[in-house]
Design a protein around this ligand. Structure first.
Ligand code: OMD
Ligand code: FE2
Length: 458
């Protein structure tokens, strides 16, 4: 029977709240009451459970969603290897080059002929999807919609999308997300989606997380608010292709251990009329991040700018932190305000959405470019920034206006692919020289001996 009596909800309507239990129905009465799997779910829908964690994961970590759909996700043909582009992302046997050098890339190009699937290039990563371990860092750049009637899901991990240019319309099984400039989106493992480009070409960065899920960082002594507030994360509402007798031909692509496979089905995968649970895609506007900083002296660790974190299981150690450097006031007295010179057991991959990163004003770190300071790779302000900051008049200063830099920080040693190191042809060969060869000693010799008591600060 046709379902024409139903009204379709506004295309983009959202539920607010990170980690919340949400429920949504595109058609009133589609959600069963007081049960997940009644003998006959309402409206003749099929009930299907999507598990993002083991059944037995602790309650606060348990992520699953019940879907009420026109046909189960299983109703498709056998997967066969995709022709043409056969892989992307990280596989168990991906060749990675672990190099101790500081690396910086010029802006990555937009390929007008590419779509979401063909326009993806992995820059680096660590781990193995078959062991459900690690991360992969990619660049996406596309000028075309994904092919009509084509949907994709990753079997390998959750993906965090940092949009650098353009707008993404992401149709997902759970509803629609419009991702605009300076917004990010997370699409969990297994969720089927299709990306179209309502405003032309797009480009950005992707972090695929093969273990666990992104969560909000602890706030410790900061208290119960600030940084990314949970209510600012937006989750789509149920929306489905409104045809009961749909027999359209669909192509379903999945990435499984980095290889692409394709299957066919003769009905839309976007047929979820209602859902409830905690396993869903979401987006977040980086402009809503409430920045914390020092109001006395010294430069705090950049962990105060963490939007989302993917815990390793060891307390305080992240497989991946997503950290941003939004516009903010610097007011510290008697302080070298840019980041300190630094070596880190964590790896730091940085990108720039727009503007200028206040710590690297030298011009080499540009929007759509990137840098990687791997395990213990020494880095810090370039000579020009050092001279400026050491002699600056320390009035309150707004930095990063019109700018959004970010960092994927990981406890893993990031290997770089051959594409990232060579084939992309974006690596700046002179990065070290341009940044740090101009640094000169300022040492003034041995200070006269005096009292061993330190001066009081105030
Ligand atoms: O390397 C970088 O620019 C990132 C960074 C920023 C900061 O404020 C402190 C430490 C750090 O590694
Ligand atoms: Fe750093």
């Amino acid at each position: 029977m046709p379902v024409t009596q139903f009204t379709t909800p506004e295309k983009y309507t959202y539920l607010n709240g990170f980690g919340s239990f949400h429920e949504s129905e595109a058609v009133a009465g589609a959600l069963p009451i007081g049960a997940n799997s009644p003998q006959k779910p309402p409206l003749g829908l099929y009930a299907e459970k999507l598990s993002g964690t083991a059944f037995t994961a602790p309650r606060h970590e348990n992520l699953q969603t019940w879907l009420y759909r026109i046909l189960p996700a299983a109703a498709h043909s056998r997967f066969v290897p995709l022709e043409g582009k056969t892989s992307y992302g990280l596989a168990a046997d991906t060749k990675l080059n672990q190099v101790p050098n500081q690396l910086r890339w010029n802006p990555f190009d937009i390929d007008q002929a590419a779509d979401w699937l063909s326009g993806m290039q992995i820059v680096g990563g660590a781990g193995d999807p078959t062991m459900k371990q690690g991360i992969a860092i990619s660049i996406f750049a596309a000028g075309r919609n994904m092919a009509e009637n084509t949907a994709f899901y990753s079997s390998d991990g959750d993906v965090l999308v940092v949009l650098q240019h353009g707008v993404l319309d992401v149709q997902t099984e759970l509803g629609n997300l419009l991702v605009r400039p300076k917004e990010i989106a997370v699409i969990p493992r297994g969720i089927r989606y299709r990306v179209t480009l309502p405003e032309g070409p797009v480009r950005g960065y992707m972090l695929e997380l093969m273990q666990g899920h992104f969560t909000l960082p602890e706030l410790g002594p900061i208290g119960s608010n600030c940084l990314a507030n949970p209510r600012d994360f937006q989750v789509p509402t149920a929306a489905f292709n409104n045809e009961a007798n749909d027999e359209s031909e669909w192509t379903l692509v999945t990435k499984f251990n980095g290889s692409l496979y394709v299957a066919k089905q003769n009905h839309t995968p976007f047929d979820v009329v209602a859902w409830h649970g905690r396993y869903y895609p979401f987006k977040y506007d980086l402009g809503r991040f409430s920045v914390i900083g020092s109001i006395s002296f010294d430069h705090p660790d950049p962990s105060i700018y963490t939007v989302l974190t993917a815990p390793s299981g060891q307390p305080g150690i992240a497989v991946a932190d997503f950290v941003i450097f939004p516009p903010r006031w610097l007011v510290q007295e008697d302080t070298f305000r840019p980041p300190w010179y630094h070596r880190n057991t964590m790896s730091e991959f940085m990108g720039l959405v727009c503007g200028e990163y206040d710590a690297k004003a030298g011009g080499g770190f540009r929007p759509a470019g990137a840098s990687l300071h791997n395990v213990m790779s020494a880095h810090g302000p370039d000579a020009e920034t050092f001279e400026k900051a050491s002699n600056a008049d320390l009035r309150p200063q707004k930095v990063g206006e019109g700018s959004m830099a970010f960092m994927f920080e990981s406890c893993l040693m990031i290997g770089v692919t051959d594409w990232g190191l060579q084939h992309c042809r974006k690596v700046q060969e002179e990065y070290n020289k341009e940044s740090w060869s101009g640094l000169v000693p300022h040492f003034k010799g041995i200070a006269p001996s005096g009292s061993s008591d330190r001066e009081l600060r105030l």
